[in-house]
Design a protein around this ligand. Structure first.
Ligand SMILES: NC(=O)c1ccc[n+]([C@@H]2O[C@H](COP(=O)([O-])OP(=O)(O)OC[C@H]3O[C@@H](n4cnc5c(N)ncnc54)[C@H](OP(=O)(O)O)[C@@H]3O)[C@@H](O)[C@H]2O)c1
Length: 351
């Protein structure tokens, strides 16, 4: 039995696109486990724009991954071998599995206060849901809107990267909580998808130009809550349209990620003029409240009110392309990579 592993081949330079050249796929034999360790078969891996920062020298709150190390990444998998009595074979887990077929983990190990592995106590099929609507992507949308953004019924909410992982879920939650939701996305097909399939009230294709005029047209009384995944000129356009008392939630800044010299944002003076506030957040700070988000997301999902938006590419060999696709807008919804076809039956009746 061999373990295919994507290792970091070289760092990402400032301004460089991340892609296949930064990784190398190697195979290693499976070694024996030590007491307290488990072996997890990876089922599906998620991607995040933050992963680019693991390889770059730019300032980031994430630990770096050195050249030669297995690329860090979150995934869902099943314990296939165990030397830990509390984590038996068949346990379904969610955590930092890395870009590999099999991960050897010590379940209690934490780094920077963050636990790297959680047990999925009530798994649903497909297991990929636990990286999408029922996972940390869903929780990021949930806490960003409701806690940081203090969403109120009747708010006019604008979301950037609205057809991405966090954005596609955030828009649906805002609608469920009685807001009017406008999504900003790249291209007519993504705009059609968020309105017709996900129920956004309107969409703006930022690539078609004139974002400011479109925001003015669609938000005549201003934006009450702007949920930003992008930064750069899209954030600046939103700041120009803030309503009095607006909340600007900084979830991410993919447009300028890795560029410590990027200026901005223009228009911040409107925070004073509109008595608005702008606040960033980090999902791992909500670890103690995760059960609250999971219960709400599961309730909406099971009653058919929250549509899953995961999109899977099959094959570990495609992992670098899936990550690169976040920066070129290839993905629609939560971008995942299926590594092995495991089902709940495999988990409960391991071979
Ligand atoms: N604060 C937290 O704890 C936390 C947790 C998770 C994620 N995040 C952040 O949340 C954001 C969304 O993450 P995600 O994983 O769901 O990724 P995502 O939104 O699925 O993927 C990125 C999307 O961003 C858009 N994009 C890429 N480059 C762009 C640019 N230069 N200008 C405008 N749009 C651009 C693309 O959509 P288009 O085709 O529409 O351009 C792309 O599909 C990211 O900024 C991420 O870092 C934050």
């Amino acid at each position: 039995m061999v373990n295919r592993q994507w290792r970091v081949a070289r760092p990402v330079q400032a301004g460089e696109r991340i892609g296949a050249a930064h990784f190398v796929l190697e195979s290693a034999p499976l070694g024996p486990l030590e007491p307290g360790q488990i072996r997890v078969r990876t089922h599906v891996l998620s991607t995040s724009p933050a992963q680019r920062s693991y390889l770059s020298a730019a300032r980031s709150m994430h630990a770096k991954v050195a050249v030669g190390e297995v690329m860090r990444g979150r995934g869902v998998g099943v314990v296939v071998e165990s030397r830990h009595e509390l984590w038996p074979v068949g346990t379904v887990v969610n955590g930092s599995l890395g870009w590999q077929d099999y991960a050897v983990l010590a379940p209690e190990a934490a780094s920077g206060g963050i636990l790297h592995l959680e047990r999925i106590r009530e798994p649903v099929e497909p297991l990929a849901r636990h990286l999408g609507v029922l996972g940390s992507t869903g929780a990021t949308a949930y806490f960003g809107l409701l806690d940081v953004g203090a969403l109120k019924a009747g708010d006019t909410v604008v979301i950037s990267a609205a057809a991405g992982g966090v954005g596609s879920i955030a828009g649906q939650i805002a609608r469920l909580r009685g807001a009017r939701v406008i999504g900003i996305a790249g291209g007519p097909e993504k705009c059609r998808w968020i309105v017709e399939d996900l129920g956004f009230d309107a969409a703006i294709d930022y690539r078609a130009g004139d974002l400011g005029a479109r925001l003015a047209e669609l938000c005549p009384s201003g934006i009450d809550l702007y949920f930003d995944n992008v930064g750069g000129t899209i954030l600046e356009a939103a700041l120009e349209r803030l309503a009095v008392g607006a909340r600007v939630v900084i979830c991410g800044f993919i447009a300028t990620d890795g560029d410590d010299t990027a200026p901005g944002p223009r228009g911040y003076k409107n925070l004073l003029r509109r008595r608005a506030r702008m606040q960033g957040f980090f999902i791992f700070d909500y670890q103690a409240r995760m059960a609250e988000a999971e219960a709400a997301l599961r309730g909406w999902y099971e009653s058919g009110l929250l549509k899953p938006t995961e999109q899977e590419v099959r094959g570990l060999e495609h992992m670098p392309e899936v990550l690169a696709g976040l920066f070129t807008g290839e993905n629609r919804g939560v971008a995942l990579c299926r590594v092995a076809d495991l089902s709940l039956r495999d988990a409960l009746h391991p071979r």
